[in-house]
Design a protein around this ligand. Sequence first.
Ligand SMILES: [Zn+2]
Length: 78
Amino acid sequence: MKTMTCKQLGGACDKAFHASSFEEIAGMSKQHGMEMFQKNDAEHLQAMNKMQELMKKPEAMKQWFENKKKEFEALPEM
Ligand SMILES: [Zn+2]
């Protein structure tokens, strides 16, 4: 299992997620982002807007995803 925080995954808080694959942890952070979105959390809304800007550029998004995946893979196993 590896750990990444909401912030490390493009979010806004220090909530930690634990997963064994990047796809899994990305899904968890997305789920959390949706919950915070529903709560109208200003900081998460802002972080989500940034991500949405990024998603308009598939190349930039792909780059971001690849970088985060590398970051995840470089983390020590817990
Ligand atoms: Zn968060």
